[in-house]
Design a protein around this ligand. Structure first.
Ligand SMILES: [Zn+2]
Length: 366
């Protein structure tokens, strides 16, 4: 565990069971290196232009942050919280580069939420700091955005644990979606989910795939699912509930059906093409790779694809064949690194470590 997280050991025990990773794309998670910036001095700098959350000036916000800290087993003195109108829209953020969490609320989100709902928001933001495993791969690629959306679902779980009230967590999601509160909004979870079933009819929409956050309806549905899990119930001192692993599979299926499907397919497709050209590169060097070894990491490539790739090189011989196979493998690997950096890195690291691919290892640069 990175050094700065030692100060949050109790909280880590609470949040680790909340981690949700996209199915089939996970790997042993190692939190990032030690945080670089000093949270105290960063917060001191912010306090010159933003109002610090404290019991005298912002008592309701203080109560929400304090409750989140208590339920997440963090010392309130380790958390810096501010409010500023500079933060536009209905939003809150967590500065993640410091050794202590620094969260900032915009005024609109405070106006919109009850105390427990704001506690959910505070817990969600604190989760971004407490659970770096959720952010290991969320770069700006289609694969990275799949991880990012999964991370948001993990954070909603941490928010739910923080407020100890799944209904408040659901209300917050509905309010974030419409920007309204009672009496205009009736926070009717069943009615909201019924409406969601009509909106999410299996059609894919590109802009959803490009978003780093999942649609509100799926977020709310995922909170309801999590509230039924053994992981959530144990935070409430209760036993029983559905194993969280099983709930993760259900959520993964839903995300894939409604949001991640195309991106998952494209990520896998790019790795499959890299595999096919690696296979051709091996053949051009007189080595016939074992399909089982080729498929030990990443999506399974089928013989038909390998045959087609090899046939397309039919016009070349000897050095020319080697050169063309190498060119196409390099191009395919570049595309795969762009679309699915994590999966591609895993695959090529595996290839570079296997003696089975020794014949072409010198041609692969990671
Ligand atoms: Zn978030």
């Amino acid at each position: 565990m990175s050094h700065y997280l030692h100060n949050f050991a109790e909280a880590r025990k609470v949040v680790l069971p909340c981690l949700y990773l996209p199915p089939g794309m996970s790997q042993a998670a190692k939190p990032r290196k030690k945080k670089a910036d000093d949270g105290e001095s960063f917060a001191h700098k912010l306090s010159r232009s933003m109002m610090r959350v404290n019991p005298h000036l912002l008592p309701s916000v203080e109560r929400a942050v304090d409750k989140a800290c208590r339920n997440l087993k963090m010392s309130r003195s380790h958390v810096h919280a501010f409010v500023t109108p500079e933060l536009e829209g209905i939003s809150a953020v967590c500065y993640n580069s410091c050794d202590k969490p620094v969260i900032v609320f915009g005024p609109q989100i405070i106006e919109l939420m009850s105390e427990d709902e704001l506690c959910f928001v505070a817990g969600h933001e604190l989760g971004h700091f407490l659970l770096p495993e959720a952010h290991l791969h969320d770069d700006d690629s289609s694969e990275g955005r799949i991880y990012s959306r999964a991370a948001e679902l993990s954070m909603d779980r941490i928010g739910t644990v923080a407020c100890g009230d799944p209904k408040a967590a659901c209300n917050a999601s509905m309010k974030l979606m419409c920007g309204l509160r009672e009496p205009h909004l009736r926070t009717d979870v069943a009615a909201f989910l019924a409406d969601a079933r009509e909106s999410f009819d299996g059609d894919f929409h590109r802009h959803e795939e490009r978003s780093t956050h999942p649609p509100a309806q799926i977020r709310l549905w995922s909170i309801v699912q999590f509230s039924l899990s053994d992981a959530y119930l144990s935070t409430q001192g209760k036993t029983g509930g559905t194993p969280v692993g099983q709930i993760n599979l259900t959520i993964g299926k839903k995300m894939s059906e409604h949001v991640d499907g195309l991106a998952l397919k494209e990520s896998a497709e790019s790795v499959l093409m890299a595999k096919a050209w690696l296979y051709c590169l091996c053949l051009s060097h007189g080595h016939d790779p074992d399909l089982q070894i080729l498929n030990e990491v990443g999506p399974a490539v089928e013989t038909e694809r390998l045959r087609k790739a090899w046939d397309s090189l039919g016009g070349f011989k000897d050095d020319q064949l080697k050169e063309h196979a190498h060119k196409r493998m390099t191009k395919a690997a570049e595309t795969a690194f762009q679309r699915a950096p994590n999966l591609t890195r895993q695959f090529f690291t595996f290839v570079s470590e296997q003696s089975h691919f020794a014949a072409v290892r010198h041609l692969i640069s990671l």
